[in-house]
Design a protein around this ligand. Structure first.
Ligand code: FDA
Length: 505
């Protein structure tokens, strides 16, 4: 009966020629499970026991989004909003309370205006689609966002969005000029109509606390016709400790055209476990300039001109996604990854270089645990020039690099989940003395429910500020104010949503 009454409500409130019933999936629909699973990026949440939505609406029109909000409100149901489904802890499609899911994969147009140096992008597009459509129009424009092409625009842009253009151009949220959102009353609002406070909040505060964001107007950035990439690996036996130690002193200060990420991985070499440090770089210039810059400022890596590859910016996107050189850029239009794994991610910020002795201690711990991989992403450059109040994303000047902790595994079952969670948490605990404190900061887009979640059906300020200040520092309070103004009744609530002071107990 809830199905019928809900469908009736949806039809009444959706004013478009495509009947909403055609894009709504109830569990008895043979396509329900494939629609649900097709954008789940973490296999932990594909188990038969994972709680599932009562039904899924896959809007093709903004009117379907409005109707979903209005009818969920009438029926007292919570809503989960999904764009690309890359939320590491599955908060866009899993909940223990009864909920419906609005999945935006049908709304994914990308319309690029080179003359205006901008594009309108719907939330259901992937980053790969955005990059492809920009490059289709021009070789000298790009957009600063994540390095994985299947990530969805909706979650990524509302949660920060960083990639290898970050030191030159900042985050995705620093390059958004307008947006269209449907609020808790079903109003469709652009930047002017929503006002600057709400527009501020959805650029890094997590969109799902405030509304369903339909589309974004992004500002394109200029990229050179020729960029250079390299990927150089060193093990401990090849001096990795010294090189990583040096990297900490240059990576955030070096020319902002250069982004060098380090991935640290326990590997077995000649029967012995060691640490491999992989240095991945994007340089916004040619190889000759890069090599002389590296000789001068980071000689320890011993970069050779033969390590460097010149290419167009769009080819560098493929290189960073580990595609072979020469692969067609058409792969950026593939929305589904074939490499899904079970996974858990966590994050930290480093504000003082870690001593060489302490780095060696970390390697020892990693070798002992064998599983978690650490990725160091350098900050500095443009990131330090933007005030931490400009957007809800507060991790700006003073941060040398961000750490991502990654545990990925292939084994099914709860035991494997527990084992891997235990390993990643052990490494995170071990890192406590070396990372930011009071609060120990985290990156919202590296969703981590270990930091805490709201109580079911409610969200108290005290409870939410525990994890909220880790993601947003002092901006948490402004997010709470915006939330209290635009959604006092806390309709848009989920496990890590911003609380409304009017609704919290
Ligand atoms: P998903 O659909 O799961 O949404 C994530 C959150 O946003 C949920 O809370 C959801 O409800 C909300 N949301 C989604 N669409 C919304 C909308 N239209 N309106 C309101 N709320 C909405 N990050 C990064 O900065 N740089 C990187 O390089 C990468 N790389 C990367 C690789 C891989 C393989 C994964 C799995 C993840 C990343 N990430 C990342 C993290 C990524 O940025 C983060 O998970 C984003 O929130 C994903 O956005 P999706 O739309 O795909 O997720």
């Amino acid at each position: 009966p809830i199905q019928e009454t809900f469908l009736q409500c949806l039809s009444t409130h959706s004013l478009t020629s495509t009947p909403i019933s055609e894009v709504t999936y109830f569990p008895n629909n043979p396509n329900y499970l494939s629609v649900l699973n097709s954008y789940i990026r973490n296999l932990v949440f594909t188990s038969p026991t994972t709680p599932k939505p009562l039904f899924i609406v896959t809007p093709t029109h903004v009117s379907h989004i409005r109707a979903s909000i209005i009818c969920s409100k009438i029926h007292g149901l919570e809503v989960r909003i999904r764009s690309g489904g890359h939320d590491y802890d599955g908060l866009s499609y899993v909940s223990t309370v009864p909920f419906i899911m609005v999945d935006l994969f049908n709304m994914r147009s990308v319309s690029v205006d080179i003359e205006d140096e901008s594009a309108w992008v719907e939330s259901g597009a992937t980053l790969g689609e955005v990059y492809y459509r920009i490059a289709e129009k021009s070789k000298i424009y790009g957009y600063p966002a994540g390095v994985c092409p299947t990530v969805g625009v909706g979650g990524h842009l509302s949660g920060g969005g960083y990639g290898n253009l970050m030191r030159k151009h900042g985050l995705s949220v620093d390059n958004i000029v307008d947006a269209v959102l449907v609020d808790a009353n079903g109003n469709v609002l652009d930047r002017e109509a929503m006002g600057e406070d709400l527009f501020w909040a959805i650029r890094g505060g997590g969109g799902a606390s405030f509304g369903i964001i339909v589309s974004w107007k992004i500002k394109l950035v200029r990229v050179p016709e020729v960029v250079t990439v390299f990927r150089v690996e060193r093990t401990l036996e090849e001096g990795a400790s010294d090189i990583v130690y040096q990297w900490q002193h240059v990576a955030d200060k070096i020319d902002e055209d250069l982004f060098i990420r380090v991935v640290l991985n326990p590997v077995t070499r000649k029967g012995q476990v060691t640490i491999k440090a992989k240095f991945n770089a994007l340089f916004l210039g040619n190889a000759q300039r890069l090599v002389s810059l590296m000789d001068e400022q980071f000689p320890g890596l011993g970069l050779l001109s033969t390590d460097c590859k010149e290419m167009s910016w769009i080819e560098s996107v493929l290189f960073w996604s580990n595609y072979q050189i020469g692969t067609s850029t058409d792969v950026l239009l593939e929305r589904h990854s074939t490499k899904e794994k079970y996974l858990k991610r966590k994050s930290d910020y480093v504000q003082e270089p870690i001593s060489k002795t302490d780095l060696e201690g970390i390697w020892k711990k990693m070798i002992q645990l064998r599983k978690p991989v650490l990725t160091f992403n350098p900050y500095g450059g443009k990131m330090s020039e933007i005030s931490e109040l400009d957007t809800p994303f507060p991790h700006r000047a003073g941060n040398i690099y961000k750490i991502q902790y990654a545990a990925s595994w292939k084994e099914e079952g709860a035991e494997a989940v527990d084992h891997n969670l235990d390993l990643i948490r052990k490494l995170y605990d071990y890192m406590t003395p070396f990372v930011s404190k009071s609060p120990r900061c985290s990156y919202l887009n590296y969703r981590d429910i270990d930091l805490g979640i709201n109580e079911i059906g409610n969200a108290s300020y005290e409870q939410a500020s525990g994890w909220g200040t880790k993601y947003f520092k002092g901006n948490f309070d402004r997010l709470v104010q915006v939330k209290t103004t635009v959604d006092p009744g806390n309709f848009f609530r989920y496990e890590q949503s911003i609380p409304s002071l009017e609704a919290s107990s």
